[in-house]
Each structure stands twice: as structure tokens, then as C-alpha cells.
Design a protein around this ligand. Structure first.
Ligand code: TRP
Length: 336
């Protein structure tokens, strides 16, 4: 039996190369080895954007197209919408008794996000909803509904997987062994820096290269990337490790990297030349992804069908878990 892998992403915008190298490139490879479920976590996105449903809806389709374009294959894996699986919402209600408010507030990811909200909106009490504080419970439902064994995530998600494990242990100890305790799987490359050298690449930081950026946008972004500030003239030697252009060459430029490094250190390459070479390599790398994106944009009916069929398949699996959960909790009144 193949192991079950489940992961989710919030539809909050297009995928950038930080997501790609940090996470989703791995998912594409997992498809051949594991039984994979990829959840578009639109209900979770609504915890932050309940007042902007148009935005969430638009991002659901953008994300679906991004996932298909990088090679998530509906013939191999299940791509589905969280909101299309009512079983997840029902499990969330049952699990919510197994988690204290204190424990939710102590969850490091939730804590950081509440601090960010506080900085943005001031009064915490006014901006933090019940749904938001409880999203780790609903994420535990996401994972367990599909009997997820391995959860490939970024480091920031570890506390959420840990919280899920606690819920599973508590459920199993009270109601009898029903659920599987998942493992988080971290990638080797968990975080990609931004164009400005920031440790994190992010939409809100304005330092990201998106998978759907056009060549001219990529050109402008790379031209503005941070290089070694000590290098002023074209033939000054520089330290490639202080340069974001070199950093991205390592991701996109294959065998050319060694030459880039050597020439930079020896003062044998100008930054403009170096950036142009990187732009070309990034564009070449992203071209097949962009082509697939174009195809799906022209065939939105296909995207719609993939999501619908994936959600139907996902629901079948989740309903088995829900049945087991209700039986364990002795609320299976009408099952034979
Ligand atoms: N919380 C995750 C994020 O913000 C998204 C997510 C939702 C998820 N459900 C999940 C991740 C289940 C792993 C497993 O990116």
C-alpha cells in the first residue's frame, strides 16, 4: 500500500519561486511514490478574508491553475477544495472539544499571526475571530479526514502538525484507536530568500518572483536585485555570497553556477551581464510552466472539472473517516 500524503495551501495569491523550490516542486515528485491529496484550503483562507469572498474565489482558480501548471497531475493525485468537503467541517466540530483555548493561543504559528493582526489593527479582541483561533482544529480535520500519514510543509507549519498529532492522541485515548497520527515532512530547501535579501520571499514583502511573471517583469525584478554593495565597478572582485543574483543562479543556472562564482570572485564579470544571464535562465526554466498556464486559462472548463472530480473523490475518502469517528464517539445512531 502506498503511503498517504496530504498537504494544503491557502489560496492567497499566485505561487512564487519561494513556494515552488520550498515546497511544491517536491509535491510533483511525491505523486509517483505516494497516494497524494492536495487541498486548496479556501475555508482556511476565509478565516482571514471572510469579508472578501471574491478575492478568495479568484485565488482558488489561480492556485488550481498554478498547481496544474507545475505538474500536479489529476490522473495521479487528488486536487480538491476544502469547502467542498462538509465532512471536514463536521470533524472540526467534534475535535474542537479536544483542544483548550489556552493551547490554541500558545500555538506558535497562531501566536505570531495574532501578533501581526494586533500590529495591523490594534485591538486584538476586535480582530481575532473564533474561526481564526480555531483554524488549527480545522487543519487537523483536513489531515485526518484523508488519513494523511505524511504532511509535507514548511517550517512555519510544524506547530500545526504538532497540534494535529495531539488531537489525534487525545481522540484515540478517549474514544479508542481510530485516527492516524501524521508526520510532518520538511524539505531540504525550506525557505527561499527574497529579491531584497530578506530571509523570506513573500507577497506582502514585495520581493517575490511569481511563476506567472512575464519575461519583462522578471527582467525588471532581477535588474533590481541586491548585489554585493562593495562591488562598484564592473571588474571589482565581489563576494557572491552577498549577492542575490548569485543566490538565484544556484537555483536556475545548473552547471553555469561554478563559472558565475569564480568570475564574480575574480572580478571577471559585471553585474549587468550576470543579471542578464540569470534572467534568461529563469525565463527558460519557467517557460514550460507558463505555457501550461496559458493552456489552462484557455480551458477553464477543464480546470472546473478537475476540481469537481477531485473533490468528489476526496469526499468519498473523508466520509469513511467521518463514519469511523462517529462510531467511536457513539453518535452513529442511524448506521447499521
Ligand atoms: N495552513 C497551511 C498554510 O497556511 C495550509 C493548510 C491547510 C495545510 N490545511 C492543511 C497544510 C493541511 C498542511 C496540511 O499554508
Amino acid at each position: 500500500m502506498k503511503k498517504t500524503v496530504l498537504t494544503g495551501i491557502r489560496p492567497t495569491g499566485n505561487l512564487h519561486i519561494g513556494h515552488y523550490f520550498g515546497a511544491s516542486k517536491r509535491w510533483v515528485m511525491y505523486q509517483d511514490e505516494y497516494n497524494c491529496y492536495f487541498e486548496i484550503a479556501d475555508v482556511q483562507a476565509l478565516t482571514d478574508n471572510f469579508d472578501n469572498p471574491e478575492k478568495v474565489r479568484k485565488n482558488v482558480y489561480e492556485l488550481a491553475i498554478d498547481l496544474l501548471s507545475i505538474g500536479i497531475d489529476p490522473k495521479k493525485s487528488t486536487i480538491f477544495l476544502q469547502s467542498a468537503i462538509p465532512e471536514i467541517a463536521e470533524l472540526t466540530v467534534y475535535y474542537s472539544n479536544l483542544v483548550t483555548m489556552a493551547r490554541l493561543y500558545r500555538n506558535p504559528t497562531v501566536k505570531t499571526e495574532i501578533a501581526q493582526k494586533k500590529a495591523l489593527f490594534g485591538n486584538e479582541g476586535e480582530s481575532v475571530t473564533y474561526g481564526f483561533v480555531g483554524y488549527p482544529v480545522s487543519q487537523a480535520a483536513d489531515i485526518t479526514a484523508f488519513m494523511g500519514e505524511a504532511v509535507p510543509v514548511g517550517e512555519d507549519q510544524l506547530p500545526l502538525v504538532e497540534q494535529c498529532r495531539e488531537i489525534v492522541r487525545k481522540f484515540n485515548s478517549i474514544y479508542g484507536k481510530t485516527l492516524i497520527e501524521p508526520e510532518a515532512v520538511l524539505g531540504k530547501n525550506p525557505r527561499i530568500k527574497g529579491l531584497d535579501g530578506n530571509e523570506k520571499m513573500g507577497k506582502s514583502l514585495g520581493n517575490a518572483i511569481y511563476l506567472n511573471d512575464s519575461p519583462s517583469v522578471i527582467h525588471d525584478k532581477v535588474m533590481g536585485a541586491i548585489t554585493d554593495p562593495k562591488k562598484i565597478r564592473k571588474d571589482d572582485p565581489a563576494d557572491p555570497n552577498k549577492c542575490m543574483v548569485y543566490y538565484y543562479h544556484k537555483l536556475f543556472s545548473g552547471d553555469e553556477v561554478e563559472t558565475v562564482c569564480k568570475e564574480c570572485k575574480n572580478g571577471e564579470r559585471g553585474c549587468v551581464f550576470c543579471k542578464k544571464q540569470l534572467i534568461e535562465n529563469i525565463c527558460k526554466y519557467l517557460e514550460p510552466i507558463r505555457e501550461k498556464r496559458e493552456y489552462y486559462l484557455q480551458h477553464m472548463d477543464e480546470v472546473q472539472k478537475i476540481l469537481e472530480e477531485g473533490s468528489k473523490k476526496a469526499r468519498e475518502k473523508a466520509s469513511i473517516t467521518l463514519k469511523n469517528v462517529k462510531k467511536a464517539m457513539k453518535i452513529n445512531y442511524f448506521d447499521e
